[in-house]
Ligand binder design. Sequence first.
Ligand code: GLP
Length: 237
Amino acid sequence: MKVIRTKTYEEMSYEAAKLLAAQIVLRPDCVLGLATGSTPIGTYDQLVKWYEEGNLDFSAVRSVNLDEYCGLDGENDQSYRYFMDHHLFNRVNIDKANTNVPNGKAVDPEAEGARYDELIASLGGVDIQVLGIGYDGHIGFNEPGPAFIKPTHMVELDPSTIEANARFFASADDVPRQAITMGMGGIMQARKILLIANGAGKKDILMKSLYGPITPEVPASLLQLHPDLTVICAVDE
Ligand code: GLP
């Protein structure tokens, strides 16, 4: 595990973008595992800047996103598909047909999970997976629980996650109660993992995840076992 502590959100975003850009330059048709939430926005902005300056080419890049809310389609401005289009895909020369987000409107979430895992396998796996972290240690939408769940699956969101994500909705009542998320298996199979965290409020859960016991009660703690984990964080006051 490599930990890079930065002083500011901007610096964290710059360092994270550097790793992703290096991956794209190294393998132009790489598979990026992408995340949503407020944390990666600056990273995506930096990638867009390099693209606009002519230094980064997304034309052959493929992507898979971690998760999606159940019941929301890509037109809904709270969906993660919309988030990705808005913050990254519409702003660079990526082929939208090569971008993948779980289908939140799937009638059979189990079949959708199986489809998504097969899709990731057919792409040859994820080269670098970006992760944020929830205040309860969730990654993607893998919530604390009695066991790590390996495949892409549907989850009931934790009340604390619903509350934390309510800031993006008109009210907590509007936050979907369920989501489809890549499982811990898919995440751990990525060849590289890049975990980013911002804000002093994330420090405790980050320390617990990286240095505490490995337990499904803290899903991110499993990352300790990944052979190529880079953590970039701006969590000091
Ligand atoms: C959501 C997403 C996670 C993300 C988390 C933290 O629950 N499913 O992938 O890491 O929010 O979000 P933020 O970066 O806004 O703190």
